[in-house]
Design a protein around this ligand. Structure first.
Ligand code: ADP
Ligand code: MG
Length: 236
């Protein structure tokens, strides 16, 4: 069934209205409107340089809009103080990047536990949660290994465990499968699908790959700073 998403839908965890973002004289985003429903997987596609990462970072409050608004659960990100925006990112948003961005000096368990430790969670609880997530994503057998000894798939699954350890509402993933072969990319995408359905996480994925995008509930295609098309997957 095709779903209709209106501006006033309360189920939207993120709403973007008339978002503009410039870098110098370059207008990268030129009026983006978007509703992201809770529990959906949204894929953001488009040519290199089309502003996919910029849109992701604006939605996550890492970059500020030049014009327009981004709302998280109805609250305008522009109304957060710098500190509360940092707190929001630490508690409600999980981030996954193309190369995992793990801390090279720390073993898998500590990488996963780190965001919890930084939030003041006691060591014992942080490591317990890290172990649980390591098992859930399938890296429990490399829990003591350093990142450089991991496969690309293990690195990304560790990054997903680290993002999930804080129990975020939204996961922002920028080309999370960009450095993986198709078998590992499939495993990572299946993990996102499972997280979205079992834990009702909202997942926003920037990707180049049509194969990756098929796992999404909704796809948007960016072109020339605007959403050229938006397609919602129809239920079987
Ligand atoms: P995509 O992720 O679709 O490849 P980006 O959002 O990374 O595209 O970048 C869009 C455009 O904005 C590119 O032309 C890029 O060079 C430019 N850009 C991105 N970030 C910055 C920045 N911090 N400073 C200046 N230009 C930037
Ligand atoms: Mg990018």
């Amino acid at each position: 069934m095709q779903s209709n998403k209106t501006d006033t839908t309360s189920c939207c965890v993120i709403k973007v209205r008339g978002l503009h973002k410039n870098f110098g004289s370059r207008e990268v985003l030129r009026g983006i409107n978007l509703d992201v429903r809770a529990g959906d997987i949204l894929s953001v596609m488009g040519p290199s340089g089309s502003g996919k990462s910029t849109l992701l970072y604006c939605m996550a409050g890492i970059l500020a809009a030049d014009k327009g608004e981004v709302f998280f659960n109805g609250k305008n990100l522009a109304h957060y103080s710098a500190n509360s925006l940092i707190a929001l990112r630490k508690t409600s948003f999980g981030f996954i990047f193309q190369f995992g961005e793990l801390i090279s000096e720390l073993p898998v368990r500590d990488n996963i536990a780190l965001p919890l430790l930084l939030r003041g969670v006691r060591k014992k609880q942080a490591y317990k949660t890290a172990d649980e997530w390591a098992s859930l994503v399938g890296v429990q057998n490399v829990i003591s290994a350093l990142p450089h000894t991991l496969s690309g798939g293990e690195m990304q699954r560790t990054a997903i465990a680290r993002a999930m350890a804080i129990n975020p509402e939204v996961i922002f993933a920028d080309e999370p499968t960009g450095s993986l072969d198709s078998v590992n990319a499939k495993k990572v995408m299946e993990l996102f699908v499972w997280l979205a359905s079992k834990y009702r996480k909202t997942v926003i994925i920037v990707t180049h790959s049509e194969e990756v995008a098929v796992y999404a509930d909704r796809h948007i295609l960016l072109k020339d700073g605007l959403i050229e098309s938006s397609v919602t997957r129809t239920s079987p």
